[in-house]
Design a protein around this ligand. Structure first.
Ligand SMILES: [Fe+2]
Length: 278
């Protein structure tokens, strides 16, 4: 499998430095500056999309389900705040992630990710000086599967940006909805409250099509995946980058999201899976 067959390089010549590359990156800068979101439509070729789809279908039974209740800030409830404060609005969140160790080094997803020009292109688009692949062997490339009713409730991301690849849509729903730069200067709780109760006019709805690549700055833009319906799950791959080298997730978080943690998670956390003195 060759990344040149999987990525639509005719439209997105990210592997060829020059004027066309510079123009593409500038267009993406403009989209990101405008509302924190850039979409590269048909980033995958038809062959690429079908290869990724087959790869994900073959391991979809390996997904790990977890549930929790969360507010948009992933903080604990604070009973001292008014009952209608956005920090006190909790929503059901269910996850079903296929962890990164299910994706083979020569499979379609990693072949795309490992195209030598891929990371530098994403870094140029995001204008990041500190930019590293997540070193977590369970989380550098994952797939989120959302089933009927699920969606993903309103939240701000704790990381500055996310890179996602749409693979499969639900029969209906599952749009990506976001309120661009809603907390640019301050938390803007009044407008956040309006988004949560469905009365804000700042929400943009975006329908991603399978094969589209999305770059999103989720730190300042409240966002969600709208509830979805039908028998088909929504599949999205997430490529993770961080601002520090050699970073992996905390063991507890890894167990919660992927149902397991590896020795590297304990070592990097300064912990050991056993209780020996050394
Ligand atoms: Fe997010």
């Amino acid at each position: 499998m060759n990344a040149h067959d999987l990525i639509n390089l005719e439209r997105y010549a990210l592997n060829i430095p020059g004027a066309a590359y510079d123009e593409l990156v500038e267009q993406i800068h403009a989209q990101l500056a405008n509302d924190g979101c850039a979409v590269l439509r048909h980033f995958l070729s038809d062959q690429g999309l079908s290869a990724v789809r087959s790869e994900v279908d073959a391991v979809s039974h390996c997904g790990h389900r977890s549930h929790n209740r969360t507010n948009p800030y992933f903080t604990q409830d604070d009973p001292d705040l008014p009952i209608d404060d956005p920090r006190r609005q909790f929503f059901e969140r269910s996850n079903n992630f296929i962890s990164a160790d299910n994706f083979h080094i020569r499979g379609a997803l990693r072949t795309i990710h490992d195209l030598p020009a891929f990371d530098p292109f994403i870094r140029d688009c995001l204008q990041q000086t500190r930019f590293y692949r997540y070193a977590d062997p369970l989380a550098d490339v994952i797939v989120n599967m959302a089933e009927a009713g699920n969606g993903f409730p309103w939240h701000f991301d704790t990381n500055n940006f996310t890179v996602t690849l749409a693979i499969q849509n639900a029969e209906s729903g599952g749009e990506f909805e976001y309120a661009p730069d809603i907390r640019k200067m301050d938390e803007n709780f009044d407008e956040v409250k309006r988004v949560l109760n469905g009365t804000s006019d700042r929400v943009v709805s975006l329908t991603l099509q399978p094969g589209d690549l999305q770059l999103f700055r989720g730190r300042y833009s409240l966002h969600r995946v709208a509830p979805l319906s039908g028998a088909t799950a929504r599949h999205v791959a997430i490529f993770s980058y961080v601002e520090e080298a050699d970073m992996v997730g905390a063991p507890e978080r890894s167990r919660q999201l992927y149902g397991k943690a590896l020795p590297i998670h304990y070592q990097r956390a300064g912990l050991r899976p056993d209780q020996f003195l050394d």
